[in-house]
Design a binder for this molecule. Structure first.
Ligand SMILES: *Cc1c(COP(=O)(O)O)cnc(C)c1O
Length: 363
């Protein structure tokens, strides 16, 4: 028997990865729609950059990531002092939490939102303060404001929100930020910003410029299709950025990830065509589902949220039996990624089949 003296981590839920696409029992092709990945293969120019970078993988990556930092500096017109890189924006969120909150400090976020928020908060020894979404699945910024106490160090605003796809608008974010104490950091997690077409959408970078307590988190995993390489970044006030670097995973962004990120930024026009297509598909699928009678929240991300409540597990099983892997949250709903046309057509079919099944009470 082991008698290792471990930390008590029993309060931290295990991370559940998105289900892989297993062979479908009906023999049809299967689609992994459970992790909001980009369905397209990497661009040839990105693969080429990776081939060159591979020649140097006996060396440690450059911690300053000078080429990637230079690209980001010119694109956002910020100083290198404001840029922090991480092994995916999950690590960026981890750095933000650990740079601001220690034992007993509070981290406020909407719930349900990104699964990593409570886990990373607990791992830092801090206290998660989840604030329920409104009845229409949106951030309740007034309630989040009311949840701020003397112990609050960080507030996470996920825009668009994972898993509901809902957004915050400029006016409500302005009002919120004018009332958050200036010594509390507000992070705008914009993992899906490229998919957000809301006309009055706040751009995190503008808020970073206007407020001394706002940081923005971005990732190359979703719109840029580099989920397997692990690279994300924050644009943050310099003192916060300095603190984040102290708690960062050393050499957390590999030379391959840096090279692919640079190549992706340079190929942005090509990538934008793909993002635009996914946005059009999101609209097409959402319209088809609403015609079927589904009441889904307006999504500005590359996924849709089915608020199925007690019917979630049965409906997810129906999708999975048809080879569509979704991300269910029992008792609440499931999230399904908008992907290539064929997968999206099958989402529409599966949703119709779910409605036909007598077990389902929505709509
Ligand atoms: C996917 C996602 C991220 C980032 O993931 P990485 O792959 O670690 O960059 C961050 N925030 C939210 C809300 C996400 O959905």
């Amino acid at each position: 028997m082991s008698n290792l003296r471990l930390r008590d981590l029993s309060g931290i839920p295990d991370y559940r990865p998105g289900k892989a696409a297993l062979p479908s029992p009906m023999g049809a092709s299967t689609h992994k729609l459970s992790s909001n990945e980009n369905p397209y293969p990497p661009l040839p120019s990105v693969v080429e950059a990776l081939h060159s970078a591979a020649q140097l993988m006996n060396r440690y990556p450059e911690t300053a990531a000078s080429e990637l930092t230079a690209e980001l500096r010119s694109r956002f017109a910020v100083d290198a002092a404001n840029l922090v890189l991480g092994s995916g924006s999950v690590e960026i969120v981890s750095q933000l939490i650990r740079a601001t909150a220690g034992e007993g400090d509070e981290v406020v976020f909407a719930w349900r939102s990104f699964e990593a928020y409570p886990m990373l908060t607990l791992a830092a020894g801090a206290v998660p303060v989840p604030v329920p979404l409104t009845a229409d699945h949106r951030h309740d910024l007034d309630a989040m404001l009311a949840a701020i106490t003397e112990r609050t160090r960080l507030v996470l605003v996920c825009n668009p929100n994972n898993p509901t796809g809902t957004t915050v608008g400029q006016a409500e974010l302005d009002r919120f930020l004018s009332r958050v104490p200036e010594d509390v950091t507000v992070v705008i997690d914009e993992a899906y910003v490229q998919f957000n077409r809301r006309a009055d959408s706040p751009q995190g970078i503008d808020y970073f410029r206007r407020h001394s307590n706002v940081a923005v988190a971005h990732t190359f995993s979703k719109a840029y299709g580099l989920a397997g390489l692990r690279v994300g970044y924050a644009i943050a006030p310099a003192p916060l950025a300095t603190a984040m670097r102290k708690v960062a995973l050393p050499f957390g962004v590999t030379s391959l990830a840096q090279a692919a990120a640079v190549a992706s930024l340079r190929a942005e026009d090509e990538l934008a065509v793909r993002v635009d297509y996914l946005v059009r598909e999101r609209t097409r699928v959402a319209e088809a589902l609403r015609k079927q009678g589904w009441k889904l929240p307006e999504s500005e991300a590359n996924f849709l949220w089915f608020p199925l409540g007690p019917d979630t597990t049965a409906a997810a099983a129906e999708f999975e039996a048809r080879g569509l892997m979704v991300r269910p949250f029992a008792g609440e709903g499931f999230r399904v990624t908008v992907a290539e046309t064929e997968a999206n057509d099958r989402i529409i079919e599966a949703a119709a089949a779910v409605l036909k099944g007598a077990r389902i009470t929505q709509p």
